[in-house]
Design a binder for this molecule. Structure first.
Ligand code: IMP
Length: 176
């Protein structure tokens, strides 16, 4: 796989639009969670840039933890995911926000949110940068989605194609 920019067919969401929307979302989260113990859960790897920008848009204190998940046996259709890297914290004394890069079929977030809900956080919500509602295969709906996009494969702003293009500052449509 090469990192050739010829694979970038168009910029779908500019760095400026992402920045603006994150500021709005950060302000909304800060208002909702003021005075509450807040834990931001970054789901690696795709949401690392979004998480870094979102937590810096908060005007309230928060803690941050990381997890990484993988679909069982490479079969995404089962909707079962395994934890590759688990959280370090006991989340039972926190309001938890799971930060995701993109909700596509919804299988990953449905499974991750139900796994974390079993650990009895004070509350749990999912904030996703992108939502592809046309691709949904479950009844999962993120609590907050910054941008709805059509059914196209995207890269950039943390998201990859075979580990390439994560470093782009914008979200772009990938052309094979
Ligand atoms: P879901 O379980 O189908 O909702 O998939 C969610 C995960 O699939 C995301 O966290 C991404 O890692 C990956 N994914 C889905 N669509 C895209 C895309 O267009 N570009 C990059 N990764 C994607």
């Amino acid at each position: 796989m090469d990192n050739n920019r010829e694979h970038i067919s168009r910029v779908l969401i500019s760095a400026e639009d992402i920045r603006e929307k994150i500021q709005e979302t950060g302000a909304m989260i800060s208002e909702m969670y003021a005075g509450k113990p807040l834990l931001i859960v970054c789901v690696l790897t795709g949401s690392f840039i979004f998480t870094a920008d979102l937590c810096r848009a908060l005007s309230i204190p928060c803690e941050i933890d990381f997890m990484s998940v993988k679909s069982y046996s490479g079969d995404r259709s089962t909707g079962k995911v395994g934890i590759v890297l688990d959280l370090k914290k006991d989340i039972s004394s926190y309001h938890v926000i799971i930060v995701e890069d993109i909700v596509d079929t919804g299988l990953t977030m449905k499974c991750v949110s139900s796994m974390l809900r079993e650990r009895n956080p004070l509350s749990l919500s999912v904030v996703t940068l992108l939502d592809k509602p046309e691709c949904r295969k479950t009844d999962f709906t993120p609590d907050v989605s910054l941008f709805r996009i059509p059914n196209v494969f995207v890269v950039g702003y943390g998201m990859d194609c075979d580990e390439q293009f994560r470093e782009l500052p914008y979200v772009a449509e990938y052309r094979p």
